[in-house]
Design a protein around this ligand. Structure first.
Ligand code: 8YV
Length: 332
């Protein structure tokens, strides 16, 4: 007797080929409109789904998990970061959570370098001049930025993405420094000539560029506090492609408005898609580069993320441990 196919509920539209494959393997419920769901929309789906496939736009908190039907056994996140899900609450209810690590690492690192070059070399400002008819011709002091080559890059979080950024940074002639909960393996440090800083404060005070690549957890919320941001050098730049909540936005705005930081490039925000109007004003003044959470946005990564979700669901519903199970480490 064929085993009933599990009811898999999508909260957003996924790549066409991925949805088609899912519809072959599972009883699939799509979100035809792709409209982001509110708490009631999510609760309704969690009342019937055996497997829920959320994305970064879905806040799956303890209340929603408590209200979920007894049939919900797997939350297969379409995304690497899982700060949108209360994983401890899900685990307490015996609900497994998976994510999609690794497949967006290189795209994230490419985009991080692009943001590093763009903000330090005023690329976006420059790209607006000619379309606006404002170019009077070249002059010696025109559109001067800051050199990257030979400068100190401080990476916060030397995981997959942090290491991929370090490899690219070496090719750009940057010195690689990093802060992490613990030093990385010697072979990694040797590969990218990375210097470990046990003290984040001391690293922040010496870097020309700081790039955030750690997960957003209760332990890393506002890791870059207003106090720490003030430790950074006046001619330094901050890059954040990780999560907005890791940086104290008000503190960052203060530093940028007072000129105690040369600039920042942000692809993530504390209350996405809402962005603080003072940040928007700073962007219009060319002090900060604001991007709409697109650092992993490639056709390839979305398809590979979808394939990982399919493998996680299939292995789990076949009674095996899914490869990308998310576990919450004590103190994280
Ligand atoms: C994803 C991201 O696009 O994977 C992540 O953690 O932030 C993005 O790359 C998004 O999460 C999709 O849910």
């Amino acid at each position: 007797m064929p085993k009933d196919k599990p009811l898999v509920v999508l909260t957003r539209r996924l790549p066409e080929g991925i949805e088609a494959r899912m519809a072959e393997l599972f009883r699939l419920e799509r979100n035809e409109t792709d409209a982001a769901l509110d708490a009631e929309g999510l609760a309704a789906r969690m009342a019937r789904a055996e497997v829920l496939v959320p994305t970064i736009t879905d806040r799956i908190d303890a209340d929603l998990i408590a209200r979920a039907g007894p049939q919900l056994r797997l939350i297969a996140n379409f995304g690497n970061g899982t700060d949108n899900i209360d994983v401890p609450a899900a685990m307490k209810r015996g609900i497994t959570v998976t994510n999609t690590p690794g497949v967006l690492t290189e795209d994230m690192a490419d985009f991080t370098m692009a943001m590093m070059v763009a903000v330090s070399r005023r690329l976006v400002e420059g790209a607006k001049v000619i379309p606006a008819g404002q170019w009077q011709g070249w002059s010696p002091g025109w559109m001067l930025g800051r050199r990257i080559h030979g400068k100190r890059l401080g990476i916060i979080g030397m995981g997959r993405i942090g290491l991929a950024v370090a490899r690219r940074a070496r090719a750009f002639g940057l010195q690689v420094h990093y802060h992490n909960r613990r030093p990385a393996a010697k072979r990694i440090e040797e590969e990218v000539q990375a210097t470990y800083w046990d003290s984040l404060d001391r690293m922040l005070a010496r870097m020309d560029i700081v790039s955030v690549h750690c997960p957003h957890t209760p332990a890393t919320f506002h890791l870059l506090s207003a106090r720490r941001l003030k430790l950074m050098k006046e001619d330094a730049f901050l890059i954040n492609t990780a999560r907005g909540g890791i940086v104290d936005t008000e503190g960052l705005i203060e530093c940028l408005e007072q000129g105690s930081l040369a600039g920042a490039a942000l692809d993530v925000f504390e209350h996405e898609p809402a962005v603080n109007p003072r940040l928007v004003a700073l962007a219009n003044a060319g002090k900060v580069l604001l991007l709409p959470h697109m650092s992993s946005s490639t056709v390839e990564s979305r398809n590979e993320m979808g394939e990982k979700v399919i493998i996680n669901i299939k292995t789990f519903t076949d009674g095996h441990m899914p490869p990308d199970r998310v576990l919450v480490l004590p103190g994280s």
